[in-house]
Design a protein around this ligand. Structure first.
Ligand code: SF4
Length: 63
């Protein structure tokens, strides 16, 4: 699984990094970043859950 942020949609309110700090961080530009290129299997459910809970729909999951 791959997970990426669409920076044109991200509103930088830290929900993803607050819920899943092992997976996401928000940079000084107020845009989230994913800490992994390929999401480790143990984090796949969290990545999907983060995508579902991002109010801006900025977290994109790809298989
Ligand atoms: S929850 Fe969504 S909009 Fe908010 S910082 Fe994370 S990716 Fe960006």
């Amino acid at each position: 699984m791959k997970c990426r942020i669409d920076p044109s949609l991200c509103e930088g309110h830290h929900r993803c990094s607050g819920l899943y700090p092992d997976l996401f961080e928000v940079g000084q530009d107020n845009k989230a970043r994913v800490k992994f290129g390929e999401v480790p299997e143990d984090f796949e459910i969290d990545a999907q859950s983060a995508a579902n809970s991002c109010p801006a729909g900025a977290i994109v999951i790809e298989y």
